[in-house]
Design a protein. Sequence first.
Length: 140
Amino acid sequence: MIIDIDGRYPFFHEITGVAMEVHRQFHSGLLESAYEAAMAYLLTQKGYLVERQVYLPIYWKDVKLDQNYRMDLVINKEIIIELKAAKYHGNDERRQLWNYMNITHLKYGMLINFAPDGLYSEWYIRHENGNIDKVKYYQQ
């Protein structure tokens, strides 16, 4: 099932295509890190700037806490990709991505799940006011 609001985000299509290629090769059952490594390799080959396991510090007001999160992939310093290799994904996984988008103020985010029953990809955009909207959902 594909739900696309308008087709204005070609990089989402290309990144989802890479995820499909990885899923066809690896199928399901591997750790997220295997999918992450393959995605990073293929996206780099396509000319994207790919950062893996990007540290995201957490602050309380102006004080940096002794806690960091790690974003799976950051593409071209503007797209956060949160990868999952789980039977299901739901609002907890979405909230994780949305929090990363709000903390970093990055405009685009993708949740990709290499699930046992297929590949799922959700695309999000963060507006200047902090609201986040789903712009596409893909299920293979």
